[in-house]
Design a protein around this ligand. Structure first.
Ligand code: ADP
Ligand code: MG
Length: 294
């Protein structure tokens, strides 16, 4: 494209809430035929909150919340934030965190009151040899409803489940539909479990065979590369620190302006308000301006 076309395109993009870094990004935008959307914070609001507390036998809701929150104080994950906030609202005094370890993509391991507390997904508890005592069925129900179930154990014994839900942004469904109408293959990418991811995908209109779930942070970029290996020109949209490698790997990295600075630094484009429909505008615009004047 000519410098003039790029200037015009970049200006129009800015008017539509899209910050474009460099003229090349606008040209790449025209060629995109697959788009990968991160779930949490991109398709969803990124404001998870606790929706259910299901204690195991021998525990109260309060015990469960107190233990989980005490352990999650050490974590910066949004799921942890939701649990700690709920404990705060309930006015609970939290026991002191004596030791803490974050297990990437799985959860946390902590020592509270001299007891070992695990909070995380099924893989975490299984990895530590904790018996799930029939909690899987309940967890499955919660996940089918679109919530993320977290298992809690104390000294190797199941203490219950905490469900956290993060609703889709109201505009996500329309954005997905419009991206499809532009001829793009639309994918969802998440570290969350398969069932929860499938439920959210259904809510926003992404087909279940285009869901990449239980992807560890270090594997997100490889998923993008896989699509590229199949001949796709891929845009990746994300907000988190753990999305940065995938954003950098994609042909076009698109950061959500309400997300982390790291994601924005790794991207070619930033959506200022975080409205996914602006991507649709951006693609249409790049096809018009850059394509035409070329
Ligand atoms: P994403 O940010 O894409 O949802 P993550 O890799 O951060 O993915 O997390 C994947 C899964 O690991 C979460 O859905 C959750 O089940 C579990 N997990 C991660 N961090 C925590 C935590 N601090 N507490 C409980 N569970 C966690
Ligand atoms: Mg995210």
């Amino acid at each position: 494209a000519t410098p003039t076309a790029i200037m015009v395109g970049t200006g129009k993009a800015a008017e539509n809430g899209i910050l474009v870094r460099g003229g090349e990004a606008l040209e790449t935008t025209r060629k995109i035929d697959a788009i990968v959307l991160d779930k949490t914070g991109t398709l969803t609001q990124g404001r998870p909150s606790v929706t259910r507390l299901i204690p195991a036998d021998g525990f109260t809701e309060q015990d469960l919340l107190r233990l989980a929150a005490a352990a999650e104080v050490g974590s910066e994950h949004p799921l942890a934030g939701a649990i700690v906030a709920r404990a705060g609202e309930a006015g609970l005094d939290l026991p002191k965190l004596e030791a803490f370890e974050s297990i990437t993509g799985k959860g946390v391991k902590a020592v509270v009151n001299g007891r070992e507390v695990l909070v995380g997904n099924r893989a975490l508890l299984e990895g530590f040899g904790v018996h799930l005592d029939g909690m899987e069925d309940l967890a499955g129900d919660l996940a089918r409803g679109g919530a993320t179930p977290m298992y809690v154990s104390v000294d190797g014994r199941g203490a219950g489940l905490v469900a956290v839900a993060d609703a889709p942004k109201p505009e996500s469904r329309e954005a997905v539909e419009q991206l499809g109408a532009l001829g793009l293959e639309v994918w969802m990418l998440t570290g969350d479990n398969e069932v929860t991811a499938g439920a959210i995908a259904g809510e926003v209109g992404i087909s279940s065979d285009h869901v990449l779930a239980e992807v560890l942070p270090g594997e997100k970029a490889a998923k993008v590369a896989e699509l590229q290996g199949r001949g796709r020109t891929v845009a990746m949209v994300g907000d988190g620190i753990n999305d940065a490698p995938a954003l950098a790997r994609a042909d076009l990295g698109v950061a959500i302006g309400t997300g982390t600075d790291v994601a924005m630094a790794a991207s070619d484009i930033t959506l200022i308000g975080g409205d996914l429909r602006n991507i649709v505008t951006g693609i249409a615009l790049s096809r018009r301006t850059v394509g035409k004047i070329k």
